[in-house]
Ligand binder design. Structure first.
Ligand code: AMP
Length: 188
């Protein structure tokens, strides 16, 4: 199973991706986690990424596409993967299409979670308290949601037109949402 999990910040992508990874026995690849790891360890990639992540802007495609390409070439993703947080704009879709074409591993599905704005803001405020992420301040949260609406949300139409979109309501109980995702994927 090779899939994307998409949706605005705070919708629960990370939580659902982890449960799906366990269910299908495949790894999750989160570009946000990769950037955070590199920022924490002050690598060259981290130092460059930080100037964008701290503002809620997208890290340049060249850098982001390369980390995904390198990760998809690793052995542990041979039997499938879940990409969380990538692609995030139209040019990343083109880059991912090319990577998957080269690898001969087509995408199976795109899970899209959604929730209303107040639920998203509430969840992000809670996460800011729990995790202390530097990009969970009110200004940066607003900017990240704006970036999502402008650059990422239109990609859902792209995947819908390819017949790959599985749209799921992201509000409510975590386990019930997970069950809905698995049922929708299994029904395909
Ligand atoms: P996330 O944890 O997925 O919300 O990602 C945190 C931050 O990392 C984002 O606000 C971006 O600055 C950066 N980032 C993560 N994924 C991408 C991507 N696919 N393209 C560009 N920037 C990204």
């Amino acid at each position: 199973m090779r899939m994307l999990i998409m949706g605005p910040q705070g919708v629960g992508k990370g939580t659902q991706a982890a449960l799906l990874a366990e269910h299908y026995g495949i790894p999750t690849i989160s570009t946000g986690d990769i950037f955070r790891y590199n920022i924490k360890n002050k690598t060259e990639l981290g130092l460059e990424a930080m100037s964008y992540t701290d503002k809620g802007e997208l890290v340049p495609d060249e850098l982001t596409n390369k980390i995904v390409k390198d990760r998809l070439a690793m052995d542990d993703v041979k039997n499938g993967w879940i990409l969380d947080g990538y692609p995030r704009n139209a040019s990343q879709v083109v880059a991912l299409d090319a990577m998957l074409e080269d690898l001969g591993t087509p995408l199976d599905a795109v899970v899209a979670l959604d929730a209303n704005h107040d639920v998203l803001m509430h969840r992000m405020a809670k996460r800011a308290e729990e995790q202390g992420r530097t990009d969970d301040t009110p200004e940066v949260i607003a900017k990240r949601l704006e970036t999502y609406a402008k650059e990422t949300a239109p990609l859902l139409d792209t995947y819908a037109s390819r017949g790959q979109l599985v749209a799921i309501d992201g509000e409510g109980d975590v386990d019930a949402i997970q069950a809905n995702i698995v049922a929708a994927l299994d029904a395909r």
